[in-house]
Design a protein around this ligand. Structure first.
Ligand SMILES: [Zn+2]
Length: 255
């Protein structure tokens, strides 16, 4: 038996294998051979693992899944309407309304926290200060979201080509089928530090500082107003992905 305790509650010892990015996002991407493309600075590769490790006890794992994970999976990967989220879009923006702040914020916090405590190489660029890790742990354990402006997460919708009138459902589905290993961007001059993840057709860009009211008033980060504006980006204009030496479309054509 593994004599380790759950990293969340610090009590239970019935540790299960947990995913950092939930398995539903990996499953969604896997083709009929059970493989997907992984994009990283070290080069792109075909992969089939979904990056799990011993992290949480059964009851904490279940808590994450029922309290916020299934909700976010439903509105990101399936149908926003099924969980009461309204979605409106034009060529540059998607606006979600009636979003459950608590659930989405807890989900964002859980991704960041799990990646930070993970020992997997895939998540090696996600490093947080010990006090931030502990803040996230305590708040996740008690299902208490931090304030909207604390560790704000900017969510952009990523497409292979910018969507237009001809964009089909298949294109939308395909756009959710790649993942990049999380990385850090530091802009020294401005004192900015971001950690970004890409999965589910969304770039999840966490700012390591608190943000001003401007971002909340304009619904650029989720708050208890329940409205979220997601900017639409295409991979071809996405600097961080291009920097990684990647075009998912090229990968796709090479298949
Ligand atoms: Zn636990």
């Amino acid at each position: 038996m593994l004599a380790m305790k759950c990293k969340l509650c610090l009590e239970n010892e019935d540790i299960k294998k947990s995913h950092i990015i939930p398995n539903a996002f990996f499953k969604y991407m896997k083709n009929n051979k059970g493989r997907y493309r992984e994009v990283s600075k070290e080069g792109n590769k075909d992969n089939q693992v979904s990056y799990d490790e011993y992290l949480l006890c059964g009851s904490c794992e279940l808590k994450f899944s029922t309290e916020f994970e299934s909700y976010v999976i439903d509105f990101i990967l399936r149908n926003p309407g099924s969980v009461g989220v309204c979605s409106e879009s034009d060529s540059t923006n998607i606006t979600l309304s009636n979003v459950d702040f608590t659930k989405l914020k807890l989900f964002q916090m859980s991704i960041l926290w799990r990646a930070a405590v993970s020992t997997l190489d895939f998540y090696k660029h996600v490093k947080l200060a010990p006090n931030i890790i502990e803040l996230l742990r305590v708040n996740l354990d008690t299902l208490t979201p931090v304030e909207a402006n604390v560790l704000p997460c900017f969510m952009d919708r990523i497409f292979i080509d910018a969507p237009n009138d001809k964009t089909t459902l298949a294109d939308r589905t395909e756009s959710k089928m790649f993942i990049s290993n999380p990385n850090k961007i530091v802009i020294d001059v401005l004192g900015f530090e971001y950690i970004y993840f890409i999965f589910g057709g969304v770039e999840w860009r966490f700012w390591m500082h608190s943000c001003s009211e401007y971002f909340i008033e304009n619904n650029i980060v989720i708050s208890n107003r329940g409205i979220l504006n997601m900017t639409i980006k295409s991979i071809g204009t996405h600097n961080t992905l291009l920097e990684a030496g990647v075009l998912a479309r090229i990968n796709h054509l090479n298949n």
